[in-house]
Design a protein around this ligand. Sequence first.
Ligand code: AMP
Length: 189
Amino acid sequence: MSTPQAGLGASISPAVVKVLKAHIREVPDFPKPGILFYDITTLLKNGPALAQLIDTLAEHYRSQRIDLVAGIEARGFIFGPALALRLGAGFVPIRKPRKLPAPTVAVEYALEYGTDRLELHRDAITRGQRVLIVDDLIATGGTALASAQLVEQLKGTVAGFAFIVELTFLAGRQRLASYNVTSLLAYDV
Ligand code: AMP
């Protein structure tokens, strides 16, 4: 079992870390052998824990102007709209290939084996809008970096990133060094 710590960049008490941690299910060997999967569905189904999650993330970005929350498919879609609502922002989806119906911009990025691709509607963001990018978890940071590139292709400004879980031993944060990055629960092994 890995060790949950307070997240990086968010002001979150050890008591809240403990509550949120207790609601995240760790699933060994999913989706393939050797991967410890951090399942947030067990947190989302608990009303008080969900409220705590959204309140803590919203508190961190409340003092900034956030025009849009951009959620990364698929788990960024589950809590991104709730965060957007709290911040008085809109929500836009960053999707896997060929899911969006209207013209898109796209970014390809490297995986351990091969490449993957993310897309965003061309009219999702207008020049100068401040965008908070959200996902459930940051591992190597490749998905998050590709998402930032999509926002910037449309001349949006990446106001920051918000993650529930950060796997610090994979150093994804270093790939996002020029951005404001917040996570709630950091795991160091
Ligand atoms: P990365 O691009 O390496 O930062 O991977 C982040 C993406 O992969 C996010 O969309 C996560 O939902 C997913 N992911 C990677 N590793 C895990 C894990 N151990 N548990 C749950 N989701 C993961």
